[in-house]
Design a binder for this molecule. Structure first.
Ligand code: ATP
Ligand code: MG
Length: 169
């Protein structure tokens, strides 16, 4: 099974994606984790994407695509978190289910400020929400039209969301 997690920043893609992958017995693959690890390891990819992550902007499609595709090629089943994040990245990647964790912006803003990761500053959060609205939300319509979208109310206790997700798949 191939699952995509879609959510606003701070929407719980990572939290729920890990749990879902465990439940399904497959790999959880996160573009954000991969890019942050590249930055932390000061790799060529990390040096190229560092500025985008700091600014809350999406990294260039070609860089992210080249980093993720080889990983996908070696896995038959996965829960993918953070890729594709805009229509240009969606070509050639198919999903059985696309989970849309719907969470209001005021809620995710509070969560991100509490989380306090390096890119969780007020200015960068605003920019990431802007990119999400412009670039990622169109994917929700895209996958709804394709008939694979499962919308989940993501503004609930974590265990409730996880249980709901397992039931709906
Ligand atoms: P959540 O809290 O729901 O797990 P998040 O806020 O942790 O979401 P990540 O998915 O970790 O967000 O992404 C962090 C940053 O990594 C993005 O702001 C962006 O700069 C970069 N990034 C991640 N995936 C992509 C992608 N597919 N294309 C371009 N940039 C990406
Ligand atoms: Mg994340």
């Amino acid at each position: 099974m191939r699952v995509l997690m879609l959510a606003p920043p701070g929407g719980g893609k990572g939290t729920q994606g890990v749990r879902l992958a465990e439940h399904l017995g497959c790999e959880h693959i996160s573009s954000g984790d991969l890019l942050r690890a590249a930055v932390a390891g000061d790799t060529p990819l990390g040096r190229e994407v560092d500025g985008y992550l700091r600014a809350g902007k999406l990294a260039p499609d070609a860089l992210v695509t080249e980093a993720i595709r080889p990983i996908l090629a070696t896995h038959e089943h996965y829960v993918l978190d953070g890729f594709p994040r805009r229509l240009a990245q969606a070509e050639g990647v198919d999903f059985d289910v696309v989970v849309f964790l719907d969470v209001p912006f005021d809620v995710v803003k509070r969560r991100l400020l509490d989380r306090g990761r390096e890119d969780d500053t007020p200015e960068v959060i605003e920019q990431r929400l802007h990119e999400y609205t412009e670039d990622t939300l169109p994917l929700v319509d895209h996958y709804r039209d394709a008939g694979v979208l499962v919308r989940i109310d993501g503004d609930r206790p974590m265990d409730e969301i996880a249980a709901d997700l397992r039931e709906r798949l």
